[in-house]
Write a protein that binds this ligand. Structure first.
Ligand code: C2E
Ligand code: MG
Ligand code: MG
Length: 593
């Protein structure tokens, strides 16, 4: 037999060495000696037995892995290390394979000397005499504990939420799959509860993200305490949790489970030493009633949750089929907006901003419209939707660019210099992208920053006031003007207002509408004009629709006016014609007043 080439691998080597223990006289090297060296140095455990399974020899790695010294095992059988995890059939199969094929390979769980049951990967080979009868068995094994630990870690990472230790969405769907399979064989049903924390953003903003994380952990514990032991609780998103409730006789049982969860949140949480009440909104979908597909069950429960969010009293809602309708509508609107962005279906209208002293057009507010079969639809029909889908930033960037380019074009055509006011949205200044974007847009369009005014609503400005101040300062340095839109509706903190580097307060149209209506609107409009002046700012009134409103505002010193009475928002050509042809937009009698 060719000792070097016939049986490759460690076991082949060892078998050859066992069958010809003495080194041939004529050999250039000592094969058996090398085999022994390999045997001793191997990192895999090796055990050699005789045909009756009595252990003849083991190597150092064997002792390292099993904990048994050589002297303790020689003469014993490998079965001394049995863990009891495998039944008789397992070992019969192993022996049958050794008999018929001369080898066996597989994962086996044994017991170490210290009692630990551990997995190993074992290869056994019989070493046969020339007559085919087995003379020795060689077992070579590697410790699978590290691999198993690694696999466990990978499994945990892939299936559990790192913060709360709860199952994640993937594992939740998996469990739901199992529940669906089990329930379909019984005559009961199961429910999926999707649970969202109300105003969680507020907790993060008020107490910081670390405290927010702590709340999520506490919420997860409380949720787990609200369900039966076998029911699954998972964290499937930021402040979104999901529960499976199993073995339900009727939807009332699911409602009762939701009620228990809500009851569990009656007591406050302690956040940074303060008591904070956390309320929840819950959506419920039922198997098999609503769907038998776990993904669809989840989606339906999430839709129901969104409806629950809007309720003041009924904080849990069952899924009903009509909830699908607005989602489909939403999707089609989203697709339409995307298309509009691509094929120029969004157009800008411009509404004159009028100097109240002489009626001159000193600027224009750029207002986006959606071209629907030649009809310019105002943003109310799609801005909210765009906000929900995240498309809003694209729209805002588009409008900023278009407005700047248009203004520069008019300047090049010789129109009197005017500034353009562009609305910006809260999402634009997340992640501090706005300043860079504005700078790029001005560079790309060639518009002088002195002709750009950015409008942000009072609400957005106050939302994260410190960051806003920082951002506005940067814009200010560039020469850009800032106005606070819809002023009076957003609960300004006056101390912040003083620190905002703004130029103009825009009196919200609701107060203008109430002028002379006896609802106190006139008084508020007046107060805002005074406040602006006291802070050294300009006052602009929007939504002026009547001559009386105009008179009132002029009388109380409002600096700039905007509204249908002066001019509606106009498409670019209309705006250009208006500015070219008309010196003043005020009725003759008011000028100079
Ligand atoms: P806003 O910035 O307060 O804009 C003023 C709104 O009042 C505009 O509505 C304008 O058409 C309307 N308006 C002007 N004069 C009168 C009037 O005399 N009477 C009445 N009833 N309304 C008047 P529009 O264009 O529908 O815009 C609504 C809101 O949508 C805007 O409020 C602004 O917050 C947002 N928006 C509009 N265009 C854009 C845009 O390009 N980007 C962003 N981010 N938001 C925009
Ligand atoms: Mg505006
Ligand atoms: Mg406004």
């Amino acid at each position: 037999m060719d000792k070097k080439g016939s049986k490759p691998g460690l076991i082949g080597w060892l078998s050859d060495a066992l069958l010809s223990p003495a080194s041939p006289e004529d050999s250039a090297y000592d094969f058996a000696g090398i085999a022994r060296a390999v045997f001793e140095a191997s990192r895999e455990g090796i055990v050699i037995t005789d045909a009756q399974s009595n252990i003849l020899d083991v190597n150092a790695a064997f002792s390292g892995i099993t904990g048994y010294a050589k002297e303790e095992v020689i003469g014993n059988r490998p079965s001394m290390m049995k863990s009891g995890r495998h039944d008789g059939r397992f070992y019969s199969k192993m022996w049958a394979a050794l008999k018929s094929e001369g080898s066996w390979e597989g994962e086996i769980w044994d017991r170490r000397k210290d009692g630990e049951v551990y997995p190993k990967w074992l290869t056994i080979k019989s070493v046969k005499e020339d007559d085919g009868a087995p003379r020795y068995f060689i077992g070579v094994f590697s410790d699978l504990r590290d691999i198993k630990r690694f696999e466990d870690r990978v499994y945990r990472l892939a299936n559990y939420d790192a913060l709360t230790g709860l199952p994640n969405r993937a594992l939740f769907i998996d469990r739901l799959d199992q529940v669906v399979a089990r329930v379909s064989r019984g005559d009961y049903s199961a429910g999926v509860l999707v649970v969202n924390i109300d105003r969680f953003k507020g907790i993060n903003e008020s107490f910081g993200n670390v405290a927010g994380d702590r709340v999520l952990v506490d919420v997860s514990k409380r949720l787990a305490g609200c369900v039966a032991g076998e029911d699954t609780v998972a964290r499937i998103g930021g402040d979104l949790f999901a529960l499976i409730v199993d073995g339900l006789r009727s939807p009332m049982d699911a409602a009762a489970a939701a009620g228990r969860v809500l009851d569990g949140f009656k007591d406050p949480f302690t956040v940074k030493g303060r008591e904070v009440f956390v309320s929840l909104s819950i959506g419920i979908s039922m198997y098999p009633h609503d769907s038998s597909d776990p993904d669809v069950l989840m989606q339906n429960a999430e839709k129901a949750m969104a409806h629950a969010k809007k309720q003041v009293k009924e904080k849990y809602q069952f899924f009903v089929n009509t909830m699908n309708v607005d989602v489909i509508r939403r999707l089609s609107i989203e697709t339409n907006i995307r298309k509009a962005l691509e094929d120029g279906g969004l157009v800008m209208y411009y509404q004159p901003l009028v100097d109240m002293r002489d009626g001159r057009v000193v600027g224009m507010e750029a207002l986006v419209r959606r071209d629907q079969d030649g009809w310019a639809a105002p943003p109310a029909s799609f801005i909210q939707m765009a906000e929900d889908t995240g498309l809003i930033v694209k729209i805002c960037e588009h409008t900023l660019y278009t407005a700047c380019r248009q203004t520069r074009e008019w300047q090049d055509e010789g129109l009197p210099p005017m500034r353009v006011a562009v609305n910006i949205c809260a999402q634009q200044f997340q992640g501090n992208r706005l300043v860079g974007h504005v700078r790029d847009t001005l560079a790309a369009t060639g518009l002088d920053p002195n002709f750009l005014e950015l409008e942000l609503t009072e609400r957005d400005a106050m939302n994260n006031a410190e960051a806003t101040i920082h951002m506005l300062n940067e814009l200010k340095v560039m020469g850009i003007k800032i106005s606070i839109d819809d002023f009076g509706t957003g609960f300004s903190s006056l101390s912040y207002l003083r620190r905002f580097p703004v130029d103009t307060l825009k009196v919200d149209y609701t107060f203008v509408k109430d002028i002379l209506s006896g609802e106190g609107g006139g008084m508020i409009a007046r107060s805002i004009i005074d406040l602006a002046h006291n802070l050294g700012l300009k006052a602009l009134a929007e939504g002026i629709e009547t001559e009386e409103q105009l008179d009132f505002l002029i009388q109380y010193g409002c600096d700039i006016g905007q509204g249908y009475y002066l001019s509606r928002p106009l498409p670019p050509e209309g705006f250009k014609t208006l500015v070219k042809g008309n010196g003043s937009l005020l009725p003759r009698a008011k000028k100079g007043g």
